[in-house]
Structures are given as structure tokens and as C-alpha cells.
Design a protein around this ligand. Structure first.
Ligand SMILES: Cc1ncc(COP(=O)(O)O)c(C=O)c1O
Length: 371
């Protein structure tokens, strides 16, 4: 971890310190309010719950500290992605999306961008740079892509996109700002589903948009205020609490994933394992160059759909669940969500359990399925 990242992690839980008056609670208070005391004319204070809320301010302050950029919070990752795609693009524009990223982003483009006359094309993440960006208003990358964990070179994509007059948004959900820093690599926008590792406790949906471009932030705030897709204060409060432990959780999850990926790779039952941290993974060199950690997601293939289901269901330390990034190790057979992967393809999200106990449970489950 770089000195800046260590300092960012150290100060994350102390951001409120300088604002505290004597007797104020140290944990952030939860402000449940649709209306505020607003006699007379005025500006610069809370007016109405669709415009602002002090619990959002607190979580956005933490997010901004992590991203080193202004951040706007949303009630889900998709709400953040929608704010970028629908808030920044207009009729006649063209966008480039990953063909192998989170499937709902493609659904949004097909079902809601296209009818408004916003065209889009799809390109695989591993060759996202190929073909250039001429004619695009916005390129949207997801790296590592969910669920296959392919990677594109963010700095090279940003440079080529900018030369062609496009802006670059990166979905950083799988990495968090402790694992990868797209804005530092030249991206204009980061979007993330804080539903995953950022909150980390799988009890809330949340998202954010980060950008160092004030016009983009103003437009995204205008979108949130006008469309009304606002985060609930309680959700913001939960994410605030989750973020306080992001550094320790993410560190444990990534370290454990490095151990477990290596052992799974050598297991006779496992085929086609992908983890950017393994030296022979197609993503490894790029991952080493642009990521701070290799992440906590592992994708692997078992011989059949039944074996994959049994592997997940028979493992005492694994939850069968969609989503990822929680403190509990979880896994899902992704073809059941419509991803273009073989029936035995499993996306495994390593949690915070002690690594040797977790490995024993994973190995025992592989034995149980007779693999
Ligand atoms: C990479 C990625 N981006 C965005 C999302 C959407 O997040 P949410 O479910 O919070 O809307 C997900 C959800 O799985 C995701 O995996």
C-alpha cells in the first residue's frame, strides 16, 4: 500500500473530528428528515430531503476522501450508472459499453438509451482499446469485468478516448478505491455499486459517482434532484459505518483470495480459473501495472451445472447468493443470471473468514461433490 493510500485509510474514520463541537456524538448521527426548519429566504442550508441530507453529506465526505474527488451518492449502483448514462448523454450521442460487464448496464442501454435515440456499441473488455473511440461521446469500461475478470488498460483507454473527444467512465465496483484508482489513471468518471465491498455487510444497496470535472458533478447532482432517485438516510448511515472498516475488510479479502486462487488452480476438479493475481492469468501483467490489489473475486469452472451447485451449497463457509464483496464468502453459478458463461462457471467472492478455515471448507466441499 502506498503512503497516500495508508494515510487515506488512517484518516477515513476521523473525517468528522475537526467539525465536532464539545458534546457532539463521535459516530455520525442519522438524520431522518424530509423537511427542515427554513423560515424566510435562504440558501446554503438543508431545504428539503430530495436536495440534501446531513447523513448523505457525511457518507459523501468519506467517499470523496477515498476517491480524492467530489462524489454524489445514489440509492444503488444502477442508479449511479443511470445518472451518468441518462444524465450526460443526449439524443444523437453514441456510447461504447463492455460486452462482458454487468448485464444490467447493457439492459439499461438497450431498453432506455436506445429508445431516446442514444446509440451504443459493445466491445469485450480485453480488447476495449481496439478500434478506437471516434464517434463516441462516452466510453464506459468495467475492469476487471464481472464475471470473467478481464481487464483493459485504463490509462491507454482514457488517452485514446480523450483524443477522440469522448469521456471515459469506469465502473470500479469490483476493486473499490483501495484496489484501483481510475481517476488517477485518467478516467473522467468513476461509478460504483457500494452495495458490494464498499458497504461490505450485504444489508443495503448504494452507489456513487465520482468525478474531478465540476460540470459532470453539477449535472449528476441536477439529475438526482430532478429525477428524485435519492439515497435513504438510513442506507447512507449504514454505508458510512461500513466504510469505516473497508480497509481491513478489503485487505483481508484480497489477501485470502490470493491464497485460495492458487490452491483452487491446482485442484484437479477446477478448470478455467481466472484471478488477476496469478502470474499466468491473461490479466496479470496489466493488473500488476494498474491495480493496487488483485481483488477478492475468483472465477472458476466446474465440470457441470450440478457439480457447481453442489460445490456452493455443500460448503459450510459459503453463501449461495448473487452479489459479492460482503464479509461472508459467497458464490453464484453465473449462467443462471444469463451471463454468457458455461453452466459450471462459478463466481466466487472471498469474504473475511480466517483463510485456512475457509480453504478447509472449500476443499471439503470439492471432495464432497466427488470432484
Ligand atoms: C459491476 C457492477 N456494477 C453495477 C452493479 C449494480 O449495482 P446495484 O445492484 O447496487 O444496482 C453491479 C451489481 O451486481 C455490478 O456487479
Amino acid at each position: 500500500m502506498s503512503e497516500t493510500a495508508r494515510s487515506r485509510a488512517a484518516y477515513l474514520a476521523h473525517l468528522r473530528r475537526d467539525r465536532l463541537a464539545k458534546g457532539d456524538p463521535i459516530p455520525v448521527p442519522l438524520t431522518m428528515a424530509a423537511i427542515f426548519h427554513t423560515p424566510g429566504d435562504g440558501d446554503g442550508f438543508n431545504q428539503y430531503g430530495r436536495y440534501s441530507n446531513t447523513t448523505w453529506d457525511a457518507v459523501e465526505h468519506m467517499l470523496a476522501h477515498l476517491e480524492a474527488a467530489p462524489c454524489v451518492a445514489f440509492p444503488s449502483g444502477m442508479a449511479a450508472i443511470s445518472a451518468v448514462l441518462l444524465g450526460l448523454l443526449k439524443t444523437g450521442d453514441r456510447a461504447l459499453l463492455p460486452s462482458d460487464g454487468y448485464h444490467t448496464t447493457r439492459a439499461l442501454a438497450e431498453r432506455f438509451l436506445k429508445p431516446f435515440g442514444i446509440a451504443y456499441d459493445l466491445r469485450p473488455t480485453s480488447t476495449f482499446l481496439d478500434g478506437g473511440f471516434d464517434g463516441y461521446r462516452l466510453a464506459f469500461a468495467e475492469t476487471p469485468s464481472n464475471p470473467r475478470l478481464d481487464i483493459c488498460d485504463i490509462a491507454a483507454v482514457a488517452e485514446a478516448a480523450h483524443k477522440a473527444g469522448a469521456i471515459l467512465a469506469v465502473d470500479n465496483t469490483t476493486m473499490t478505491p483501495f484496489g484501483q484508482r481510475p481517476l488517477d489513471l485518467g478516467a473522467d468518471i468513476v461509478v460504483a455499486a457500494d452495495t458490494k465491498a464498499m458497504n461490505g455487510h450485504s444489508d443495503v444497496l448504494f452507489g456513487h459517482v465520482a468525478s474531478r470535472n465540476p460540470d459532470i458533478i453539477a449535472r449528476v447532482i441536477d439529475w438526482r434532484e430532478t429525477v428524485g432517485g435519492i439515497p435513504g438516510p438510513f442506507e447512507a448511515w449504514l454505508v458510512h459505518r461500513g466504510l469505516e472498516t473497508l480497509d481491513v475488510r478489503f485487505d483481508r479479502m484480497c489477501s485470502s483470495a490470493e491464497v485460495i486462487a492458487r490452491r483452487l488452480k491446482d485442484h484437479r476438479a477446477v478448470n478455467g480459473l481466472r484471478f488477476p493475481g496469478l502470474e499466468n492469468d491473461p490479466s496479470h501483467n496489466l493488473a500488476r501495472a494498474q491495480m493496487e490489489r488483485f481483488g477478492f473475486l475468483i472465477s472458476l469452472e466446474l465440470a457441470s451445472q450440478d457439480k457447481a451447485e453442489d460445490f456452493i451449497n455443500k460448503c459450510a463457509l459459503m453463501q449461495a447468493a448473487t452479489s459479492f464483496g460482503g464479509v461472508h464468502t459467497s458464490a453464484e453459478r453465473r449462467s443462471k443470471r444469463g451471463d454468457a458463461v458455461p453452466p459450471g462457471f462459478v463466481r466466487l467472492s472471498i469474504g473475511c473468514e480466517p483463510v485456512e478455515e475457509l480453504w478447509q471448507a472449500i476443499e471439503a466441499s470439492l471432495e464432497k461433490i466427488g470432484a
